[in-house]
Design a protein around this ligand. Structure first.
Ligand SMILES: C[S@@+](CC[C@H](N)C(=O)[O-])C[C@H]1O[C@@H](n2cnc3c(N)ncnc32)[C@H](O)[C@@H]1O
Length: 203
């Protein structure tokens, strides 16, 4: 694989990806902090992590007494996830999660959608709708452009393997086509800015 950016490097190596994420998010503490305030984190819930990467959230989800299943298309990441956390992971494209033939109480997608075109986002969201229970919840955290003056963030976003970073309005429009948006807010873990969305099935 030709490595021409920091994003390519982290995609090629699960270990480098895991270390860089642990460093940036303080051992994923930044994401866990936001998940703790989400109504989908509930005892006994079944949780599907769509684009689970190296599976870093599996122990956190299990610690919250929920069952966990993670899917991703990067086999290197999945092998690393299985070796680190156990057999909770499988190679499945987010555009085909209905092939699981299961429904879940809670869905997570951290950093997936900025890798996808609008058409693929819609495909994933449609599939996510079909595997989410009627009263289920969907938590999405994804990239937004760096705020003006945040040159470091802008440089790093430029290096990102995902080339579809959208602003809050654009994310809201896409997600709102398929789900009711309960909460939408921006947050930052320097040098990155993020959008967080709490979604539910439409009535
Ligand atoms: C920025 S990483 C985030 C990984 C993980 N959620 C985390 O927070 O560490 C994006 C992930 O999306 C996965 N991905 C991209 N396109 C995908 C698709 N169509 N189906 C499933 N996973 C996909 C990549 O393989 C990668 O693991």
């Amino acid at each position: 694989m030709k490595v021409s950016s920091l994003g390519d490097l982290t995609t090629a190596s699960p270990w480098i990806y895991d270390c860089s994420q642990k460093l940036i998010s303080l051992n994923y503490g930044f994401i866990k902090h936001h998940l703790k305030q989400w109504s989908g984190l509930r005892d006994g819930n079944t949780c599907l992590d769509i684009a689970c990467g190296v599976g870093a959230l599996q122990p956190f989800v299990q610690k919250n007494r929920m069952s966990y299943h993670g899917v991703d298309i990067n086999q290197g990441y999945l092998d690393y996830a299985c070796a680190s956390h156990g057999p909770y992971f499988e190679n499945l494209d987010a555009r085909h999660v209905s092939r699981l033939n299961r429904q879940f109480d809670s869905l997570l997608s951290i950093g997936l959608f900025h890798h996808l075109t609008d058409e693929d986002c819609r495909c994933v969201l449609r599939e996510a709708c079909s595997v989410l229970k009627k009263d289920g919840r969907y938590f999405i955290l994804d990239a937004i452009p760096a705020k003006p003056g945040n040159w470091v963030g802008a440089f790093l976003r430029n290096q990102d393997a995902g080339s579809h970073i959208r602003n809050m309005d654009a994310w809201g429009k896409l997600f709102g086509e398929f789900f009711s948006i309960e909460k939408a807010f921006q947050c930052a873990r320097w040098p990155y800015d993020y959008g967080v969305f709490h979604l539910r099935q439409k009535p």
